[in-house]
Design a protein. Structure first.
Length: 360
């Protein structure tokens, strides 16, 4: 075997970069050796290492999908008012890390002056995590960052204050495949009608076996339509998930009238205090009304208001609902309970993913 053949083949994908190279020197020095932490004010975390070193983390909200000018502005603030090190949380908050307490107040003043609210810690409503939406994904029935922006405008005070019973994590998803995950409140788009097939295009555009395989409920079959190879959908089986649309755009499912928003509550990824839980549907059929989605904002505010008023200290949304029960939840929020809240789809017993540890 030649020397070239014997050399191991190195992976060529880049993957996640090594975080150590970007880490604040104090974080790097005390990696894995922290003693305690507290929150001196909303939006600021204070960590003390076993070595006695201290760091302050200032958290600010951003609009998530940012233009290059905004990113440069945030980086300039890091260079001038912090120690030049930042990180983004999964909810698109930016965090500035400083090793000198005297830098905290001027940094907050600068961030707020530039329109970036400081908050999102403790029992606040943190930034809403959202899925890719129109920018990167091929299925969405609505924008994702637009819904977040209009809701966070309403929730500004809840981001900059810690007045909720416990932390509130809101997610949005622009289809029911729902890469947004579970949330205390989740705002998800639902397609409500099966796809409409443009049979003239299917043979030219779609790989039919791939489309058939994509359907989670086996509702798609190959068919000859007007003498051309195409597909047909068994509409009784179709759950309107939209999964067939990306591999086959002639199976159009987005619809201005019939793609609706739904609100789910009580989901939780973490194992803190209580085990993880699935969110449950509480409102369906809200209209998809960009650019401000007023019906969605109104409903979310009703739920948050009831939780804030009635939740006990440290109760997460799901724990609050478990304590008071669903009838009382609908009473307190003033939302109607309808027959559509009852899951009666028999196929779900066999095919629905029943673990909240696995996310699509
Ligand atoms: S939620 Fe659906 S449409 Fe939105 S980014 Fe995820 S897969 Fe795409
Ligand atoms: S929308 Fe979903 S369930 Fe309906 S045909 Fe397409 S892949 Fe199947």
């Amino acid at each position: 075997m030649s020397e070239a053949q014997a050399a191991p083949r190195m992976p060529d994908e880049c993957g996640v970069p090594d975080p150590q190279q970007y880490m604040h020197p104090t974080l790097k020095k005390n990696y894995g050796a922290w003693d305690w932490h507290d929150r001196p004010r909303v939006g600021v975390l204070h960590h003390v290492a076993k070595s006695g070193d201290e760091v302050w983390t200032v958290k600010a909200g951003t609009q998530r999908q940012m233009d290059v000018h905004t990113i440069r502005k945030l980086c300039d603030i890091a260079d001038e008012f912090a120690d030049g090190h930042v990180r983004f949380t999964t909810r698109s908050n930016i965090e500035y890390i400083v090793a000198d307490q005297s830098k905290v107040d001027p940094l907050i003043k600068k961030l707020e002056g530039e329109g970036f609210p400081v908050g999102g810690t403790g029992n606040s409503v943190s930034m809403i995590s959202h899925t890719q939406g129109w920018l990167h994904c091929d299925i969405p029935a609505t924008d994702a960052s637009g819904v977040v922006k209009s809701l966070m405008d309403e929730l500004y005070q809840e981001f900059t204050n810690e007045q909720m019973p416990n932390r509130v994590k809101i997610t949005t998803s622009c289809c029911q495949i729902n890469c947004g995950g579970q949330g205390d409140i989740a705002i998800n788009i639902q397609h409500t009608k099966p796809p409409v097939i443009n049979h003239d295009l299917v043979a030219n555009v779609c790989e039919r076996p791939a489309v058939v395989a994509r359907c989670p409920v086996a509702a798609i079959r190959p068919a000859l339509v007007n003498g051309k190879p195409s597909l047909e959908v068994d509409e009784k089986k179709c759950v309107c998930c939209g999964a067939c649309y990306p591999p086959c755009p002639p199976m159009q499912i987005n619809d201005a009238e019939n793609s609706k928003l739904a609100i789910w509550v009580g989901g939780k990824h973490s194992s803190t205090r209580s085990k993880p839980s699935f969110h449950k549907l509480v409102v369906a059929g809200l209209p998809n009304t960009p650019p401000r989605w007023p019906e969605v904002s109104k409903t979310v505010m009703k739920i948050l208001h009831a939780y804030k008023e009635d939740g006990r200290a440290w109760e997460r949304m799901n724990e609050w609902i478990d304590r008071i029960g669903w009838p009382r939840f609908f009473e307190l929020t003033g939302l109607p309970f309808t027959k559509y809240h009852i899951e009666d789809w028999r196929g779900g017993r066999n095919s629905l993913n029943a673990s909240n540890h696995v996310h699509f």
